[in-house]
Write a protein that binds this ligand. Structure first.
Ligand code: GRG
Length: 296
């Protein structure tokens, strides 16, 4: 029997193939923007969001390849957000996943364009699910969730508040808002789309959203913890970036111990909700548990 880590590696490789398959070819007069986009996507992310999507799809008995364009699309959106997040006008980070960030490698202009390109290309890719699935209404519903959770009511909304309040002392409510939207929304989209494309009931889609919301906030708090406890080598980007950018995080607000406790309790709540569903997916349970112990 495979260990969890063997299974994780095998499944991540499968996801990697799907992400690669839908990427644009690096050709034509505009090839720089393709190169910058491909560079941003193909540099060794954990592929957590497409993995969560795939496993939620399986949990709700999803069959067939209709989920694949959405798995690629969610990773393109995630990559586009990282490309823009690293820009000089945002976090001004020159390294990401152990390599030059996109703007540092291709210039600030191409960084802006590659982020834009990936965001739009994600929707072009998602629309291809129509050819691979016999329920077009689910594709439209999944695309709406993708746009909603990535956009002004989701990630971009969260980033707006984050940018505007950087350097100010935040209260718990403001911090919750930022974490729910900036990080939580895309993880919610991942699990909801898995459920939608598996033709799950409205109630099950709501449960997937609730589970993902807890996983998303726990994931962001873990990110705050690693910014303080990890090393640049392990993390692939400079540690101490929150302090450098004068950011209030869960760790600065409540301390390391309390932050660790919060990650653990949110994870338990997510797992409890997951176990109350009819279907079962042991790998998904382990994946959610792994997120607390992850080191990068
Ligand atoms: C262009 C869609 C778009 C948005 C622009 C910049 C921005 C608005 C949003 C930034 C959102 C952001 C950077 C949230 C942080 C989320 C987070 C914890 C990212 C780290 O994710 P991992 O650990 O990264 O999954 P890997 O490298 O494994 O992919």
């Amino acid at each position: 029997m495979m260990t969890f880590h063997e299974e994780l590696t095998a499944k991540t490789e499968g996801v990697e193939e799907i992400i690669r398959k839908y990427l644009p070819l690096e050709e034509g007069l505009q090839k720089t923007v393709f190169s910058a986009s491909d560079y941003s996507v193909l540099n060794g992310g954990k592929r957590l969001r497409p993995l969560l999507m795939q496993e939620t799809y399986t949990l709700f008995d999803g069959r067939g390849k209709g989920i694949e364009p959405f798995m690629a699309a969610i990773e393109y959106i995630h990559s586009s957000s990282l490309v823009h997040d690293d820009l000089p006008c945002m976090d001004n980070d020159e390294y990401r996943r152990g390599k030059k960030s996109t703007w540092a490698a291709f210039g600030e202009d191409m960084g802006v364009l590659a982020g834009d390109a990936l965001l739009v290309y994600a929707f072009e890719t998602a629309s291809k699910a129509l050819l691979q699935c016999n329920n077009p209404a689910n594709v439209v519903k999944a695309m709406e969730v993708l746009a909603n959770k990535a956009g002004i009511y989701g990630m971009i909304g969260g980033q707006t508040v984050d940018v505007e309040l950087t350097g100010k002392a935040l209260n718990e409510e403001q911090l919750q808002f930022i974490y729910n939207l900036k990080t939580g929304a895309l993880i919610e989209a991942s699990m909801m789309i898995g459920a939608i494309m598996a033709d799950a009931s409205a109630e099950d889609i709501r449960s997937a959203e609730a589970i993902a919301s807890k996983v998303g906030v726990a994931f962001q708090i873990q990110d705050d913890i690693l910014d303080v406890t990890s090393t640049t080598e392990v993390l692939g980007k400079p540690v101490g970036s929150d302090e450098k950018n004068n950011k209030t995080t869960y760790v600065t607000l409540y301390g390391l111990e309390e932050a660790k406790n919060k990650v653990a309790s949110l994870t338990e709540e997510a797992l409890e909700l997951l176990s109350s569903l009819t279907g079962e997916n042991l790998f998904l349970e382990k994946l959610i548990r792994y997120l607390i112990t992850r080191e990068n």
